[in-house]
Design a protein around this ligand. Structure first.
Ligand code: ZN
Length: 291
């Protein structure tokens, strides 16, 4: 595989319903540690208003890739989520219509689930794994660290393994690729080196971001590295992060990369992501590709 490659590619955002959460979930005061950040979410009474839950399809010459799977209409079924967990009970309100699930929307686009070459999971939080059941025939990649953490904590850290399909047995990302900007290593996902995973831990153990480099832009499919670009630019860290210092370091690494190449940030829940995707709005307007 070559590295640093660029390719023609097309990214489409697919909104699989909406989530609403307490404001302290998306941004929490810098001086608070992990426990107090989470207590702050539980005690908060202010809501953000509905935000999108995106999965992203990448059409690449080597095949179709999907980043995250969004959420599921089953969220409304009694007993689907752990009822005793106060976070799920009081702090989030997720609305997904059956036709908003990723499977139905791909079908409407003329894509069958078996057409997808790879499903790339930024992390395994419940609102990213809701659509997994639509992809029994696809190759699914998750960081080994994220999978281990999700299994170990069984629903207590926002990943709910009991909702995963019984056949779910993902492959680990192989971080044997070269450094990318401030990232010490990468996992190459296409032969031309234009799509790769980099490690952006903090929000959840083993969280990754997917870099997709088109001929003139770099897209960062950032999962929950941040909930919104303006929060990332202000060095605000979310309230559910497992490690605030690590989250901040990951956010700053993406900012560093974005200063050296024109970069469009596509988090999973940012209401402005589709506008930036459609118009090619970059994080730092002065960043340019080397001639
Ligand atoms: Zn998350």
């Amino acid at each position: 595989m070559s590295t640093g490659g660029r390719s023609s590619l097309k990214i489409t955002a697919i909104r699989t319903g909406t989530g609403n959460c307490h404001i302290r979930q998306i941004a929490s005061p810098q001086h608070l540690g992990t426990i107090r950040r989470r207590a702050g979410i539980l005690l908060d009474r202010e809501w953000t208003g509905p935000h999108p839950i995106y999965a992203y399809v990448i059409e690449h010459p080597e095949g179709l890739l999907l980043v995250d799977t969004g959420d599921t209409a089953r969220k409304s079924d009694p007993g689907y989520m752990p009822g005793l967990n106060p976070f799920f009970r009081y702090c989030i309100d997720i609305r997904v219509a059956p036709e908003e699930e990723i499977g139905a929307q791909l079908t409407a686009m003329g894509i069958e689930s078996r057409d997808l070459r790879q499903i790339l999971m930024t992390h395994l939080h419940h609102d990213h794994t809701g659509g997994l059941r639509h992809f029994p025939h696809s190759r699914i990649l998750v960081s080994a660290e994220c999978l281990t953490a999700a299994r170990r904590w069984r629903g207590l850290i926002g990943a709910v393994p009991r909702t995963w399909p019984t056949w779910f047995d993902p492959e680990p990302f192989a971080f044997s690729g070269p450094p990318v900007g401030p990232f010490a290593r990468s996992a190459l996902l296409t032969r031309d080196g234009s799509i790769l995973a980099v490690e952006t831990p903090g929000h959840m153990a083993g969280h990754v971001s997917i870099l997709a480099r088109s001929e003139n832009l770099t897209y960062v499919l950032a999962g929950d590295l941040t909930y919104r670009e303006d929060l990332l630019m202000a060095d605000e860290v979310d309230g559910v992060t497992e490690n605030p210092a690590q989250s901040l370091a990951s956010q700053r690494a993406v900012k560093q990369l974005a200063q050296s190449e024109p970069t469009v940030l596509l988090p999973a829940h940012d209401p402005e992501a589709t506008m930036r995707l459609a118009s090619g709005v970059t994080m730092y307007p002065t960043a340019a590709l080397a001639p």
